[in-house]
Write a protein that binds this ligand. Sequence first.
Ligand code: PMP
Length: 369
Amino acid sequence: MTKPLHTELPLNPHVAGLPPYNAGMNIADAQQKSGRQDIAALASNENPDGCSPHAAAALVGLSPSRYSDPACMALRAALSQKLGVDTDRIVAGNGSEEMIAAICRAVLRPGTLAATVCPGFGLHEIEALANGARVEKVGMRPDLDFDIPAIIAMLERAPAIFFLSSPSNPVGPALDRKGLARILAAVRHETLLVLDEAYFEFTDEDTPHGLAALSATDLSWVVLRTFSKAYGLAGLRVGYAVTSDVRLARAVSAAKTPFNVNAAAQVAAVAALADESWMRSSVARLKRERARVASAVADMGLSAGRSQTNFLFIDVGRESRIVFDHFLSQGIIVKPWKEEGYDTFIRVTIGTPSENDRFLDALRDLIRT
Ligand code: PMP
């Protein structure tokens, strides 16, 4: 028997009223709904090549009865060496999404202004709302690039946080040197700029490194990175925040849970960093596939964001829900967009060559009808 709901229990209205995070369809549901076993899971920007064999091997022999290191010392030391940043300015998280939550908790108060870009990564908005902030969003340009003057106008209002994913999820472009410099010149000292570089490894050679550009300023900033995409460790949940200063790192650290990164994630991430050649060759393969898929999509007459990520954001010209069902019936999961102005867009992850062929065949079928 279902228990009655205790509707009189006062819930935190900021949390109880949150929009749900759209995590996309999982493989088991897709198998059940499509009646197919061979699902091409192209909705979550995972790495179809898997992960470094050293990262997988590091999991063998772990002792599950011991707590993980709450300070993630080995991982932060390896990151410190890779990035040339002191360990005490690095905080490791249960995915970079946990860092988004911790940053909001550390910085925001009810009623403060938080800002981001639209369309953007859902948690930049959700975690700010969960802390009672007012969230305002700056649109992307119709040609699917960043609207730098609009971002600058928002920064001039001194929001407590500005979340900016570059490369953009879901649209795909990354800020160029000039755009980034113009944005940094507009950030006020009252604003924390969070540059979310989840897809950093997939960028072009000449795309500026946010970390280097931000380090040359006297601003408050965080750069977010993850092991979920290029390193292929999405299921283990590990990402990190690099902060402008130790005080900020301490506040973010205080806002996370103590044993947030599990032992398996910590050893696998350290092993992945020791084998970056695996990541680099996987990224090179995926970038070649991205170019192939993007040019096939353009040949079909469809427009897409200029991607510096492992996915494409494509205007299919018909309602994305219907498009989603079409792909699902063929065992392919894509991510449909619903926001106003983008409800004919889907986001598709670059998969293996054969998954990408399946996607392109299904897309050709769709636009023929
Ligand atoms: N930021 C962006 C822009 C993302 O696209 C994602 C994952 N989709 C994340 C952060 C969170 O990644 P994770 O928690 O797996 O590190």
